[in-house]
Design a protein. Sequence first.
Length: 30
Amino acid sequence: MISADVAVSDFYVKIEERFRKNENNDIEHT
């Protein structure tokens, strides 16, 4: 259970990082 939670949290962290990078790219392009 613990390892699964860690994997899920890590998965969301990666998605959040990608989302932030995309937002920064959009701002720079504009």
